[in-house]
Design a protein around this ligand. Structure first.
Ligand code: ADP
Ligand code: MG
Length: 689
């Protein structure tokens, strides 16, 4: 058996491999490009390409691809063989620098949200030298950005890089003020915890809702769900353990630092967490993780469900985005320190995050909006659609003391002066964490819990990075001008706390009292994706992203259009699937059983037959009315995929879907197992032994 250390990174054209295989001069030039964002010199690219090809051929690769992340949210690849025929007709293996740096893609079917007219349908892909190439399934994958000929980002890779640059720029400004002249670069880190379900493939094949939509659209609750909490951190079943072992090995080969694995709360639910990495690499690795989870599950006769809410009544799956800011000198800027100066700096960065979440609550909320995640957010199991920050009692008390000029320690009667006093010690608490908060401070990082399991982490990190960059930009403006740095710093921190303390909430985020309280505080609540769409391209949001060079207004409009389109299309597929299942399976099955019951009651039936028949006939009428209402609702939308259509889906289609499901689930509960056309919730959730 191979150990993790032997396998780790064997399929990655990593720094070590480059160092070993490239001439020193070329290696140094490439490193300079990676560090400084200089353009890669074509001659260097040629040498790198040759070395990459040789390495890939040795590893058994036959093809290469520019691996990119279009706005569909999944990854795309178009394989090209290295093979070429020489003049004498013999086969040669070739891969040039040009092919490495840039590829053209006739990608007219990828969503562009109107950024690309069809006559210029081609986009081009450009190697991101900050992400290492790797081999997957015999194909050399070159991580690339995907742009239009006008230079607009058509992908989920370019904007995070731009947002990292923006945050890097402002962080360095602030760090200079604190005297950190040795820091050359800020690192923005992300550790995404990935939740997923595993169910038996045989069972999935009998459920068209799971097959087409990734979630169950029908299904009566089983007698046992997650109430005993006997699955959480429970013993991992042998079949799942075998899956996890192979998954880890596959990921390690690709340099993905899969580290933690355990059972989650719901039956059949699990989690994988990697060791954190810089955001763009973490995003690439998370995309790979999701893809490989699906592949490996298949090899084990299972299906990996990444939907936000595959099953009603038990927890859905999220992707907790652990986020922190550090420096190339190894300083974690969100870690409280030991000296007054370190603490002042910590408080300032903490304030920057508080202000960012408060000022751009809507944008953060929008970054995790989708038809799937609407089923999860606010469902008493996942953070609500209202953004707030959990800081814990101790830290909140410190901020309160600064806000009110109150003595930190009543006995001492000294006021807390930022930059002069050390902070009172607050335990770096990692045990008593508030799981109901969407955005929690967890000792030396923030954990954003709202993203849905299938989402790319790019979306929320773009917003987070840019919004924090904006807070820091404002602080730098003010502090750079100050004559008395310490005094100004204290005032600034106090001003930020006063202006943004409404975003701090340490209580129960699931309670209905919080919704009322949040409204009193003037916090925004965008309950569904339909509500998010009109709030996407507001003047404040455009100003934020344009000022920091992250998105142009056109790019934002495109992304908003894709979000609306996606919401409408997903709900359309769900509605049509429900109709098909109702018409072809559920209604005929119930009607057939009612026929049998009617026969029996005509010839001396028992109370069971008579009562069941009566109940089922009522429900059958109800279900039929609901399916007709759903069909009507779909006619009203009439194939629309824009903002207006989104509201129609929210107001007409979704209620009809809920009505139809309620009637069908009630019928399921009364039907004999043998006559019900699909596997039940119990069959699915307890399918993997
Ligand atoms: P829990 O479920 O208890 O929150 P996990 O171990 O499942 O913890 O996941 C924590 C995640 O946070 C891991 O991916 C870890 O690498 C990441 N993480 C830890 N420290 C940092 C940090 N400073 N910045 C970003 N991510 C971090
Ligand atoms: Mg975890």
């Amino acid at each position: 058996m191979n150990s993790g250390t032997e396998l780790f990174g064997t399929m990655v054209f990593s720094d070590a491999v480059m160092k070993q295989r490239l001439p020193e001069e070329v290696y140094q030039k490439l490193k300079r490009t990676m560090r400084g964002g200089h353009k890669l010199d074509p001659q260097v690219a040629g040498v790198v390409a040759e070395a990459m090809k040789e390495w890939a051929l040795e590893k058994g690769a036959t093809h290469y691809t520019h691996w990119f992340q279009p706005m569909t949210g999944i990854t795309a690849e178009k394989h090209e063989a290295f093979l070429r025929t020489g003049r004498d007709g013999r086969a040669i293996m070739e891969f040039s620098g040009k092919e490495l740096i840039q590829g053209e893609s006739d990608a007219s079917s990828f969503p562009s949200g109107g950024l690309r007219a069809t006559f210029e349908a081609r986009g081009y892909t450009a190697w991101d030298p900050n992400s290492y190439a790797f081999i997957k399934d015999g194909v050399l994958c070159i991580p690339t950005a995907f742009c239009s000929y006008g230079g607009e980002a058509l992908d989920k890779k370019t904007p995070p890089l731009r947002s990292m640059e923006a945050l890097n720029r402002q962080t360095l400004r602030i760090l200079k003020l604190f005297g950190h002249h040795d820091v050359q670069a800020a690192h923005i880190n992300c550790g995404p915890e990935q939740e997923y379900f595993l169910i038996d493939a045989e069972i999935l094949n009998q459920r068209r809702d799971l097959m087409y939509t990734g979630r169950t659209l029908y299904g009566a609750r089983p007698p046992k769900g997650q109430e005993l909490e006997d699955h959480y951190y429970g013993v991992i079943k042998p079949r799942v353990a075998a899956f996890m072992k192979e998954l880890n090995e596959e990921l390690w080969k690709l340099g993905v630092t899969a580290k933690t694995e355990h059972n989650e709360v719901a039956p059949a639910q699990h989690e994988l967490a990697p060791i954190y990495n810089v955001v763009n690499i973490a995003a690439d690795h998370n995309q790979l993780t999701m893809e490989i989870m699906k592949k490996v599950a298949q090899r084990h006769g299972m299906v990996c469900l990444l939907h936000e809410k595959p099953f009603a009544g038990v927890n859905g799956s999220g992707k907790h985005n652990n986020w922190s800011l550090s420096t190339d000198t190894g300083l974690n800027l969100l870690e409280p320190g030991d000296t007054p100066a370190e603490n002042a700096q910590f408080l300032l960065f903490l304030c920057a995050v508080l202000q960012a979440v408060d000022d751009y609550q809507e944008m953060l909320r929008i970054s995790v909006a989708s038809a799937g995640n609407d089923n999860r957010l606010g469902g008493s199991e996942a953070p609500p659609a209202i953004m707030s920050v959990f800081l814990g009692e101790e830290l909140t008390d410190v901020l309160k003391a600064i806000d009110t000029d109150a003595p930190v320690n009543p006995k001492e009667k000294t006021l807390l002066r930022v930059g002069v006093h050390t902070l009172p010690r607050f335990p770096r608490d990692t045990t008593d964490r508030n799981r109901t908060s969407p955005f929690a401070f967890t000792g030396n990082k923030f954990e954003f819990r709202s993203p849905g399991a299938p989402m790319s982490v790019s979306g929320c990190n773009i917003v987070l990075n840019t919004a924090v960059a904006e807070s820091l930009r404002q602080y730098a403006q003010r502090l750079e001008k100050a004559d008395n740095f310490e005094g100004e710093l204290h005032q600034l921190i106090r001003d930020v706390i006063r202006a943004h303390k409404r975003i701090i909430f340490n209580g129960n985020g699931y309670g209905s009292e919080w919704v009322a309280e949040a409204e009193r505080r003037g916090l925004s609540c965008l309950a569904t994706t339909a509500d998010c769409i009109p709030r996407y391209v507001t003047p404040e949001n455009v100003r934020l992203f344009e000022n920091h060079g992250v998105f142009s207004e056109a790019e934002m409009r495109a992304r908003c259009a894709i979000m609306a389109e996606n919401y409408c299309k997903v709900l359309h597929i769900e509605a049509v699937t429900m109709l098909e299942m109702a018409d072809r399976d559920i209604l005929p099955a119930v009607s057939g059983f009612c026929g049998k019951l009617r026969d029996r009651t005509q010839r001396q039936g028992t109370r069971y037959e008579a009562n069941t028949l009566e109940a089922l006939e009522d429900l059958l009428d109800e279900a039929y009315d609901a399916r007709c209402a759903l069909e009507k609702a779909l006619e009203q939308v009439n194939g629309g995929v824009d903002e207006k259509a989104a509201f129609k889906y929210r107001d007409f289609v979704l209620p009809a879907m809920r009505w139809l499901r309620a009637a069908a689930d009630a019928m399921e509960a009364k039907m004999p197992s043998a006559d019900w056309p699909f596997p039940t919730y119990g069959d699915m959730m307890f399918s993997v032994k």
